[in-house]
Unconditional design. Structure first.
Length: 471
């Protein structure tokens, strides 16, 4: 990679976000199941940059922990800004790490979860085409309050950016604003960065002042217009966070409906994250919330009122109604719900029925097996063609040893209602467990297991009891 095409990014993630009124750093709040920071990192990862410099400040420790647990694909490093004295000051913290770098620095903020790789790529292309020293992204808004305004000369060239608190009344009427995303030619801008002043109402070093510096030095300045201001809008309050959720899900629903052949019955009440994929002719009913790595096949019926937290995979022609699914796999032609709970490595093969008030955890269920009512299946392997009767429980947990044991049920076996299978236990093929039994020993193929007290009948017992009480 030559110096002319080399590119790095600086991600500014040091702000507190006081209006969020939260102990959590602003960038760690979630938008449709992923943190704001993760969504910005995903946009940057699409650019194939040589390095990403992440500036942290408020809540540096939890932000570092998040990055360690969820690292971007781009090689990265963290730089601490303490105290936080503005965007220019944040970039100054990265300067020592750029001693051998010559190329383009893409500088962006960490609170724009709707930002796309395409918009950033367009800014990079504009910067290179014009051979500018400083390039900036701009956008048009109806209400420009609180934003930095783009000031241009009569020829339409950008001359400076003026912050809202420092703007005149005339400048406050400008609708073109600064989303704080730039391309900087390094080391050409190094002198301008060193010369920034905090002589302003905020007492901060503004990165925006690099525009005026470049103009004064007669260095080329370029701009690229983002057509949709919402994409580059930062999150500064809980209301704006809610709005970002709404805008992102509308973008996703439009793509699914127009490009993927998916029916969304009620877009207003349906929440689907960008990481979710749905096959053609699938239908999503009202009240669904699907986030994370969720893959749903063709001709599926999801909802109403179904929640999925990925990773989740659903095969074709399956139905999931009014249920909670987390970290699970559902095969093709399955019926799940209503009111089912699949969690932590639940794996259903094809044509499986998991019905109302059934919980499945860390278990594999074979083809054509039914667990239709009121059962708990935990740490179990169930074969094909089996039937789990209403109220069946796999007793998998030893609360004293704090260990879990496994239950194995063979092909074609059936458990009667209110059976308890005390693990570890193995039921062979074609086993029948009588209703109300407690099974504590392995059962061979084709056997009947009965584990309950013999029934006794005492005629006249009720009347005798009443006479005794009347004495």
């Amino acid at each position: 990679m030559t110096s002319g095409t080399r590119a790095r990014a600086i991600l500014l993630a040091a702000g507190q976000g006081k209006r969020m009124n939260s102990s959590l750093p602003k960038v760690l709040h979630e938008v449709l199941g992923r943190t704001i920071l993760a969504r910005v990192l995903a946009a940057l990862d699409g650019l194939a940059l040589e390095h990403l410099h992440i500036v942290v400040g408020f809540g540096a420790a939890p932000v570092r922990q998040f990055l360690d647990a969820n690292p971007p694909r781009t090689p990265w490093s963290v730089h601490l800004q303490e105290p936080q004295l503005g965007t220019g000051h944040a970039v100054m913290q990265v300067a020592p790490a750029l001693s051998s770098f010559q190329g383009t620095l893409l500088t962006t903020v960490g609170d724009t979860p709707l930002l796309t790789t395409e918009t950033l790529r367009s800014l990079l292309a504009r910067h290179r085409e014009t051979e500018a020293t400083v390039s900036l992204l701009t956008t048009q808004v109806d209400d420009s309050r609180s934003y930095g305004r783009i000031v241009r000369d009569r020829q339409g060239q950008v001359t400076r950016i003026v912050e809202d608190k420092d703007a005149t009344e005339e400048e406050r009427q400008i609708k073109e604003i600064n989303p704080a995303i730039y391309c900087l030619s390094w080391p050409e801008v190094k002198g301008g960065l060193a010369g920034l002043s905090k002589d302003n109402r905020q007492g901060e070093y503004y990165l925006t002042d690099l525009i005026g510096w470049a103009v004064n030095e007669r260095l080329p300045v370029a701009s690229s217009l983002a057509p949709d201001w919402r994409e580059v809008s930062g999150i500064n309050s809980r209301l704006e966070l809610a709005e970002a959720n709404r805008l992102l899900k509308e973008r996703v629903i439009a793509r699914l409906a127009l490009e993927c052949g998916v029916t969304i019955v009620d877009p207003q009440s349906t929440w689907i994250a960008p990481e979710v994929s749905l096959g053609r002719d699938s239908v999503v009913y009202p009240g669904c919330y699907l986030v994370g790595q969720v893959e749903i096949g063709e001709s599926c019926s999801i909802g109403p009122h179904t929640v999925m937290y990925g990773p989740v995979r659903v095969g074709k022609s399956s139905t999931v109604t009014q249920s909670l699914i987390t970290n699970s796999t559902i095969g093709s032609g399955c019926r799940v719900g209503p009111f089912a709970h699949l969690r932590e490595r639940a794996e259903l093969s094809d044509q499986v029925r998991v019905g109302n008030f059934v919980e499945v955890k860390a278990s594999q269920i074979g083809d054509h097996t039914n667990a239709s009512h009121l059962s708990y299946v935990g740490d179990a392997t169930i074969g094909a063609g089996a039937n789990i009767g209403a109220g069946t429980i796999t007793a998998n947990y030893d609360h004293i040893a704090k260990t879990k044991a496994r239950t194995i049920i063979g092909d074609g076996s059936s458990t009667g209602s209110n059976s308890v299978l005390v693990a570890p236990v193995v039921l062979g093929k074609d086993v029948v467990v009588a209703a109300g039994s407690v099974v504590t020993r392995d059962v061979p193929d084709g056997a009947l297991a009965v584990g309950r007290a013999r029934q006794e009948i005492k005629p006249g017992w009720t009347q005798a009891k009443r006479r005794k009480l009347e004495r």
